[in-house]
Design a protein around this ligand. Structure first.
Ligand code: FAD
Length: 497
């Protein structure tokens, strides 16, 4: 949507194909008995996230920006509660662990060094310049293939500190250091977290309105079935049997679908296919529960913020690894996200009522749910409900009496996320951000997969979430402008910095 809007704003005729009756993918809302629930996004990010999205919307000509609300986002590791957005992570950690001050400082200095280097490289990449010095190469080489787990072990033996750092950065075991560094630095930006009134779908609505205002067309219930290939070039798409020709095609649907179903392997560069097959894997999925409550959360004494709870302080990384491993099952040590942030939006629940979203990251075959959905629907529903009830029970530690106030309960397994959005294995964020991805993503990032076909969204590069996907979309719009030798690029990364 961002890319379509950015191009429409530059005078291109755009047509958006959405296979669902609703726009937005993971950014959409859904309604149940008067409650409006966000399908996935429980926060856009700290102040940088809000400003970044607003900046992009302004860039593409949106005049009516979403209203935003702010709230506290906490993590609890064992019994220790920490503000997830913290303008001074290192100093806070030193206060908690004074005996580790030296290690914390060493860690922090290295994080900042890598972060500054990544920023310089990103800025250069936008200008088409390789902007780093030979000494920087050493640093890049050193951490290129290192995982978060290995990086943390370079500085700390204390598992609790490692766990806190993983928790505040929402990091994934086996993930790439570069992504981790970005997330830790990002947590360092502001004290509060932001979300638009109306949820992430308010951003989608602003973009959709602008696209239509610019004469663009948005087709709902319109799955793209094939990308038309002629002379090795993408020439258009087929939707519901009808051909639509165009100069450029931009895909943000699942990369496997784009490559193998929409384009067809016979048209792809075999080196690209090999890289994608051998080096890239889907990110984990999620299990989510949405609860509509018969009372306002404040009346129940609940704070309308977000909390992520890691029950066991000394095994955050290994517990998370178990949850996203093949064949994972529900365990007491599973972390859980409890989101009450939507309650800051008075229209999200009927008058006098409230809502909670409970979620956790998990593997596609978590509790065998994906398989059961195919083979035994009754057992699938039963198992899904059992998982949901155990999650509610866990959450009652923080919100006593919660079960007595549930009016509506909706659940989603990885198979649900896959079914609604087409993301393979219900992946929450495109490809898993591993060292392998970081090393090889340039094969897809901002490149034409075949001539005239670009990928945007969370499958298009290294990253996920609203901030990444909107950034990515602006970069892809610039690629199209560049193909047409236009000089009026958005070059927006420079503007936001
Ligand atoms: C449970 C969960 C919680 C999350 N929480 C957050 C959060 O709090 N904050 C955050 O920033 N990020 C969060 N994320 C990640 C974030 O939602 C995604 O990274 C981001 O929204 C991806 O956007 P996208 O446009 O790339 O893809 P998607 O949102 O997957 O959109 C793809 C769109 O393409 C459509 N489509 C697919 N195939 C076709 C086809 N053949 N023809 C036409 N249309 C098609 C789909 O219907 C969909 O609308 C979360 C993800 C999940 C699953």
């Amino acid at each position: 949507m961002t890319c379509a809007c950015a191009l429409a704003n530059k005078g291109y005729e755009v047509r958006v194909f959405e296979k669902q009756p609703v726009l937005g993918g993971y950014c959409q809302n859904f309604k149940r008995k008067g409650f409006t629930f966000g399908a996935a996004i429980h926060r856009v990010g700290g102040i940088y996230g809000r400003d970044n999205v607003n900046c992009i919307l302004k860039e593409v000509g949106v005049t009516q920006l979403p209203e935003w609300y702010s709230f506290r986002e906490k993590v609890q590791v064992g019994d220790r509660v920490i503000n997830m957005c913290n303008s001074n992570v290192a100093e806070s950690l030193k206060t908690i662990f004074p005996e580790e001050s030296e290690n914390i400082q060493r860690f922090w200095d290295e994080v900042m060094k890598i972060n500054d280097l990544l920023t310089t490289i990103d800025e250069g990449a936008n200008e088409g310049i390789a902007r780093f010095e030979p000494k920087d190469l050493e640093l890049l080489k050193k951490y290129r293939t290192v995982s978060i787990d290995e990086f943390l072990s370079e500085f700390f033996v204390n598992e609790e500190i490692k766990g806190i750092l993983v928790a505040v950065s929402d990091a994934m075991p086996g993930g790439a250091v570069f992504a981790f560094v970005r997330m830790v630095a990002f947590a360092n930006c502001s004290e509060l977290t932001y979300q638009p009134v109306g949820g992430a779908s308010a951003i989608i609505k602003a973009l959709a309105d602008r696209i239509v205002e610019l004469g663009g067309e948005i087709l709902l219930n319109s799955p793209v079935e094939k990308i038309i290939m002629e002379d090795g070039q993408a020439k258009g798409v087929i939707c519901k049997g009808k051909e639509y020709y165009s100069d450029y095609i931009i895909t943000n649907c699942d990369m496997n679908t784009t490559l193998y179903n929409l384009v067809g392997e016979e048209y792809l560069n075999p080196r690209l296919v090999k890289k994608v097959r051998e080096k890239f894997t889907e990110s984990p999925s999620c299990f989510s529960v949405w609860l509509g409550l018969d009372k306002d959360v404040k009346e129940l004494g609940y704070e309308p913020g977000n909390l992520t709870y890691y029950p066991e302080k000394d095994s955050v990384l290994s517990d998370k690894a178990k949850l996203i491993a093949d064949g994972s099952v529900q365990r007491d040590n599973d972390f859980v996200l409890i989101s009450l942030s939507a309650n800051n939006d008075p229209k999200s629940s009927p008058e006098g009522k409230g809502q909670i979203m409970i979620g956790m990251m998990c593997n596609y075959d978590f509790e065998n749910l994906a398989e059961l959905r195919k083979t035994n629907m009754q057992e699938y529903r039963k198992r899904k409900t059992e998982v949901a009830h155990r999650l509610v029970k866990k959450v009652e530690k923080f919100f006593p009496g919660l079960s007595d106030h549930i009016e509506v309960m909706e659940t989603a397994s990885p198979a649900t996320f896959e079914r609604y959005t087409g993301n393979s294995k219900g992946a929450y964020g495109g490809y898993k951000c591993t060292p392998d991805l970081v090393e090889n993503y340039s094969a897809i990032d901002g490149k034409q997969l075949v001539k005239n076909l670009f990928a945007t969204g969370h499958w298009g590069g290294v990253g996920d979430g609203v901030i990444f996907t909107t950034d990515m979309a602006m970069r892809v719009a610039d690629k199209v402008l560049t193909c047409d030798m236009r000089k009026d690029l958005y070059d927006y990364n420079k503007k936001i910095s």
